[in-house]
Design a protein around this ligand. Structure first.
Ligand SMILES: Cc1cc2nc3c(=O)[nH]c(=O)nc-3n(C[C@H](O)[C@H](O)[C@H](O)COP(=O)(O)OP(=O)(O)OC[C@H]3O[C@@H](n4cnc5c(N)ncnc54)[C@H](O)[C@@H]3O)c2cc1C
Length: 384
C-alpha cells in the first residue's frame, strides 16, 4: 500500500512513521525549506502519550523536554501574584507529561522515521484526482504520485482541505486571539525569569516566558483582537500591543527576531474529515487551538488510531470511517474545553482577572489541580 502525506509536522511525521512500520510505502512532502525552527513550548500529555510510547520516543522526549514546576502569574514587578503547581498537574497525569519545544517534538519523531520513508521539503501538492482504485497527487514540481491514500496533515491552513473539501472560511473558527512566539538570548532577563513558567497577570494581552537549559528564553505573546486579519508586520503589532504589559516585556519585545511564529488562535471544525481516499489529520482536520492545549498530542493519537484502523479493515473507506468515529468524540470534547478556556486564558476584565487569581489559589487544595488546570489553561482532564 502506498500513501502520500502532505505536511511534515507532528501529525504527518507520526502518520508516516506508523504507516511505514506497518508495511506502507510513504512519501511526505512539506512546503517549508526544511524543518521549521520557530518554536513554542508544548505540554505533551494525554491521548498522544500512548502513541509516543508506541513509537519508542518517550526517552527522547524526556531528554529533550522540561519538567516545569510551576506557572507564576506575575505582577509588573515580576513578583508572583498567583502560582499554578505544574508538578501537581504532572501527578494527576501520573507522570505522563513533559513540556517540550515544538521543533524538538518533531525532531524526536523525525529521528525515529524508518529510512524507507521519503521526506521531501520545499514541495507541496498542486492537484488531487481520485478514482475508485487510487488517488493521483500532483506536486508543484510536476511530479505525479499514484497512491492508495492521501493524508492532509498540513496544519490549520491546509492546502489539501482547500483543494478537496472546500475553502478555509467554511471550517475556520476564530477564537478572538492572535499569538506570536519566538526565542532569544538575554542572560539578565533569563535570570529574572528564573526556574518557572512566568506569565504576565494582565488583561487583553499577555506574555509567557520560560528559560531553556541553554540559557535562552522562549517567549509567547497572545493578544485579544476582534479583527482576525493577520498583520503585515507581526513584530510591530506585538510591540504596540504588549509593550505596556510591564516587567521584562518591553526588553523581550526589543529582542523579537525577524522570523517568528505568528498566527490566529482558531479551531477547525469539519462535518467530515475524509472523502474517498483522502483524509485530513491533526490541525488540518480539527485544530483545537492552543487554548485546548493538546493539539500536538491529538495529532499523534490520530496518526496512531488511523494506522490501527487501516490495519484492521480490508478497505480504505471502512478504515477511514472507523478512524473518524473513534477520534471525533475526543476532538469535540477538547474543542469545547478550548472555547471555554478562552475567557480565563487572557482575561478581558478586571473581574475575570480576579476570579482567575482566586481559582488558581484553590488549585493548591487536594483534588483541585485537575479542575483548575482544565478551566484556566485548557488542560482538559478528560484525557488523563
Ligand atoms: C503557541 C502554541 C502553543 C501550543 N501549545 C500546545 C500544547 O501545550 N500542547 C499541545 O499538545 N499542543 C499545543 N499546541 C498545538 C500544536 O502545536 C498543534 O496542534 C500541532 O503542532 C499540530 O500539528 P500538525 O502536524 O497537525 O500541524 P502543524 O504543526 O501546523 O504542521 C503542519 C506541517 O505542514 C506543513 N505545511 C503547511 N502548509 C503546507 C502546504 N501547503 N504544503 C505542504 N506542507 C504544508 C508545515 O510546514 C508543517 O510542517 C500549541 C500551538 C500553539 C500555536
Amino acid at each position: 500500500m502506498r500513501a502520500v502525506v502532505c505536511g511534515a509536522g507532528i501529525s504527518g511525521l507520526s502518520a508516516a512513521a506508523f504507516l511505514s512500520r506497518n508495511g506502507w510505502q510513504v512519501s511526505v512532502v512539506d512546503h517549508a525549506e526544511g524543518p521549521r525552527p520557530q518554536g513554542y513550548m508544548i505540554d505533551f500529555f494525554g491521548p498522544g502519550w500512548q502513541a509516543a510510547a508506541s513509537l519508542g520516543i518517550l526517552p527522547r522526549l524526556r531528554e529533550l523536554g522540561y519538567q516545569i514546576q510551576r506557572l507564576d502569574y506575575v505582577a509588573r514587578n515580576g513578583k508572583a501574584r498567583a502560582s499554578l503547581p505544574f508538578s501537581g498537574f504532572a501527578e494527576v497525569a501520573r507522570g505522563k507529561l513533559t513540556s517540550i519545544l515544538r521543533p524538538d517534538l518533531e525532531l524526536a519523531i523525525r529521528e525515529m522515521l524508518p529510512t524507507a520513508v521519503e521526506l521531501h521539503y520545499g514541495r507541496t501538492v498542486a492537484a488531487v484526482g481520485q478514482s475508485r482504485d487510487a488517488v493521483t497527487v500532483t506536486l508543484d514540481d510536476g511530479m505525479v504520485h499514484e497512491a492508495d491514500l492521501l493524508i492532509g496533515a498540513d496544519g490549520i491552513h491546509s492546502v489539501i482541505r482547500e483543494i478537496v473539501f472546500g475553502p478555509e472560511e467554511e471550517f475556520f473558527h476564530y477564537l478572538g486571539f492572535q499569538v506570536g512566539a519566538y526565542s532569544f538570548s538575554d542572560p539578565e532577563l533569563a535570570e529574572r525569569i528564573g526556574d518557572r513558567f512566568a506569565v504576565t497577570d494582565t488583561r487583553n494581552a499577555a506574555m509567557f516566558f520560560y528559560r531553556l537549559r541553554d540559557g535562552s528564553i522562549t517567549a509567547m505573546a497572545v493578544h485579544r483582537t476582534d479583527n482576525p486579519a493577520l498583520p503585515d508586520d507581526p513584530q510591530a503589532l506585538l510591540r504596540s500591543r504588549c509593550r505596556d504589559l510591564g516587567w521584562i516585556c518591553p526588553a523581550a519585545l526589543d529582542r523579537c527576531p525577524e522570523d517568528i511564529y505568528y498566527d490566529h488562535v482558531a479551531q477547525i471544525r469539519m462535518p467530515r474529515w475524509r472523502t474517498g481516499r483522502v483524509v485530513l489529520l491533526g490541525d488540518a482536520a480539527a485544530a483545537v487551538s492552543l487554548l485546548a492545549g493538546q493539539g500536538a498530542s491529538l495529532g499523534m493519537a490520530a496518526a496512531y488510531v488511523l494506522t490501527e484502523e487501516l490495519n484492521q479493515h480490508p478497505g480504505i473507506s471502512s478504515g477511514l470511517a472507523t478512524f473518524e468515529a473513534r477520534l471525533r468524540p475526543l476532538v469535540t470534547e477538547h474543542q469545547k474545553a478550548g472555547v471555554s478556556a478562552a475567557q480565563w486564558f487572557v482575561p478581558a476584565t478586571r473581574g475575570a482577572s480576579f476570579v482567575r487569581r482566586s481559582a488558581i489559589r484553590l488549585a493548591k487544595m487536594p483534588g483541585m489541580t485537575r479542575v483548575i488546570s482544565s478551566a484556566v489553561i485548557g488542560k482538559s482532564g478528560a484525557a488523563l
